[in-house]
Design a protein around this ligand. Sequence first.
Ligand code: F0G
Length: 457
Amino acid sequence: MLRCTGCGARIPGEQARSNFRCEECGDLFEVVYPWSEAWGDGLAAGFRPNAGALRHLWAERRTSTMAVDQSGVWRFRDLLPIVTEEQVVTLREGNTPLYELPKCAKAVGLNWLLAKHQGMNPTGSFKDTGMTAALSVAVARGFEWVACASTGNTSAAMAAYAARAGLRSMVLIPEGKIAWGKLSQSMDYGSTTIQLKTDFDGCVKVLTEIVGRAPVYLLNSVNPYRLEGQKTPAFEMLEQMDWQVPHHLIVPGGNLANCSALGKGFAEMKHLGFIKRVPKISVIQAEGANPLYRWLQGGGEGVFEPVVADTRASAIRIGNPASWKKAVRVLRETGGTCEQATEQEIALAKAEIGAEGIGCEPASAVTFAGLKKLVAKGFVGPEETAVLLLTGHTLKDSEYTMLYHRGELLTAAEMAGATLEERAQHAQMRREPVVLEPNADAVLRMLDAAMPAGQTA
Ligand code: F0G
């Protein structure tokens, strides 16, 4: 069933309107099951899944040869029974690595810092986990066309999964405002790619009208089935940490669906007895796209004011986030907070994550930039475990990386806000490519110059 997060109205999934908004109050839906806390009748139906048995089953499925078992989303299908196994469209998403970030941990003064790298998904972003779920529902509902408005990653994921399922897909993206790696993916996967002369929020507006006028299935994150897939990294993270709950999970915020999905995942784990407490989930926004940060700074009540968004972290260049209410609930229920990061801080954080041999796209790096502030404020303690959710692969936006290392990314005005320490860190991080004559002496001189003082190559 779908349950309205505003008025609590419950409807069967098939009855959802094309824009996935409640007919009564206009709010967004969430998927609930008979065992869900929000189902209403408690666990009276006697469907309570057995946590111990499921932990065993989920781990065992990883060794199976079946596609639904190999998927890091569908091996948890017991807790997202939204389609039949035959309807599942999968690219073996999920099962992403949880990395340690020792250098970043040291730099920020934490004992232990981890990164759940959702950029290691088939199309290079966390969107795959949600797309496998919602696109499978599109197949189950018999749609021929699917569509999304996107800052690039949703469109790449949708295009790929639609192609696998044999559906037609249409992408609406803001002209000139998404990274080329992402734009190239939707073309590669055969999507009808339309650039609109507007921003992401303008694309959403146009698409909402289109799905009301044509039989096109909406795959933006207002579609509650997306969030069912995107909740599974919470399960996986717990598995990878041997069911020890981290103190903090730090998530980038754009349309604010992903933090909501992860919050739902952890809440379900707690409700079903897998864990005793949930991590504090905090959201980091880019300073140029910070409507949630502003609203919370203003006291967290009253009218939510959209902003005109502008940041080089183009994935989160979103001024009017659809899922802000869901996100606020997750922050409040888990005890998390919201921070913002400047362009300069994002660029430095991205370079530091890159220097760990991990790498990520700019929108993911806001997590580390924000974590620095949360540690400085004492919100994250040195003994606490924090997990950064890295949402996209570094190759999604290689132009950003190139410009940064050439020293061409940040303007003087943006650097003006940097501390002396940050300036020194930037200088240390930058690896500008050099051009040399093709002889060994020239290359060895370069190597000597790169050696610590007192050593030679
Ligand atoms: N990180 C990346 C790499 C993203 O692509 C997005 C969103 C986010 C973070 C923010 O997640 O919107 O759930 O708060 N990208 C969307 C897109 C909007 O169209 O690809 P969110």
